[in-house]
Design a protein. Structure first.
Length: 88
């Protein structure tokens, strides 16, 4: 929601910290919210050349955002327009 209302021309970087634990299958509402975010971040990339960075924690069960990124952020990952960065 916050990104949709940004009007600043000085915006240069978007970093999102994801503390979400992903389970398979991902709930439909959560999946839709990530896809909405995907479209919005792609707009920032194409219109303002702002490459988004998504920070994620390594999953305890061996699955994390990097595993689910192609389905949650299909446009960004397909075009290589997002940096997925693991943090501890």
């Amino acid at each position: 929601m916050v990104l949709q209302t940004v009007e600043s021309k000085g915006l240069r970087q978007i970093t999102i910290h994801s503390h979400t634990v992903f389970a398979n299958p991902i709930e439909e509402t959560v999946h839709k919210e990530w896809q909405d975010l995907d479209r919005l971040l792609l707009q920032f990339w194409t219109s303002r050349s702002i490459r988004p960075r998504i920070m994620y924690e390594k999953g305890k069960g061996g699955t994390d955002l990097r595993d689910f990124a192609p389905s949650l952020l299909p446009e960004l990952t397909k075009g290589g327009a997002v940096d997925l960065v693991e943090f501890n």
